[in-house]
Design a protein around this ligand. Sequence first.
Ligand code: HAM
Length: 420
Amino acid sequence: MTTTRPKGTNDFLPEDTVKWQYVESVLRELALCYGFEELRTPIFESTELFLRGVGETTDIVNKEMYTFEDKGGRSITLRPEGTASSARALIEHKLYGGPLPVKLWYTGPMFRYERPQKGRFRQFHQFGVEAFGSQDPALDAEVISFAMSFYETLGLRGLEVRLNSVGCPKCRKEHKEKLQEALRPVLGELCADCQSRFEKNPLRIFDCKNEHCQELIAGAPTILDCLCDECHDHFEKVKTYLTGAGIPFHIDSHLVRGLDYYTKTAFEILLSDIGAQSAICGGGRYDGLIQDLGGPDTYGVGFALGMERVFSAMEAQGLSFPQRPRCDVYFVALGDDAKKSMFPILTTLRKEGIKGEIDFMGRSLKAQMKAADRVHARYAVIAGEEELKNNEMILRDMTDKSQANIKIEDMKEELIRRIK
Ligand code: HAM
């Protein structure tokens, strides 16, 4: 039996990776426009980082982390997300001491031991941005605008921004008491997970997938009912900036997100076309995270979007990807001697940035011409014994099928002249 890839992971074959490269290039270009710079952090971190960063009451930490002990006895975790790592890097390199805000982006694989299904994987890829050091509500709107511009550039339609504020520790304390008061009479009816959330973090009961829990919490006070003046004011300003930027949004007072670090703004972008896993982007503000990780009091706001879900959405909406660039010239070598004369020409052409290929399968003339067609070559250079005898090669224009015999020593210049 052969070994196959682990459950919940994917191989991306060349027909897929060209699409990834295109989408990543759109993101890189947007990052430049929005003034974000790239950050690369390790794929594994000390487990401690996620316990403190993501939060001990979250599903990610409780059920989904790939955690193991390394040979030195340290507890290591494959990163389940990128915000905690970004915050750690900010603290470790004291980036908060430089010009603010620090605006970073990252992309790469994330790992969560989830039940795999359409749109949900154990190794998946995120693109994320994190902006540190400013409490300006315009920055919350900027990150949402970044994500929306991205989807728009790809041509995706039907996106919905869900927006909420989860307040600050001050308003959350008041809300927690009110929520516990409202739910105490039905505490026994909540699912086991929610019963444990009830004491530690009852806000997350809003996020429970259990239908009965949702019925029980339907009329309970939401965090929006309890926002302090500062959080209320911040929320109003975010809405004003979004409206000003022409970004429609829906207020969803039950949106709490599955990570514990959020304060004030929390948002998700949904797209129903891709089925049950409709969240294509999630983010928000996390003004307490840097301090929770041992850094100085520093604001933060960002988002991460699921790359696999971008591709499902594009497929569902029938959007096309740019074609892979065509081959400039295919060398059809009929015999070893022909190949020996062609190889140096091909090598120098590539140094000029010309995309060239040569046959490696010892195929017939017909089969090599077919191979040239398959890579959509603009030109074919053909030579066998006959041509070499005259110190020539045939240059064939694959579009208009015209042919010319060219001296071997002139072939390089002729190709450069035609292709460039
Ligand atoms: P998240 O909501 O856990 O947030 O993930 C963000 C996005 O990653 C989701 O909206 C979804 O598109 C994608 N995603 C999550 N889990 C999976 C999975 N198992 N398979 C496929 N795609 C998935 C975060 O990770 C936060 N760090 C976002 C953030 C950045 N908040 C502030 N800054």
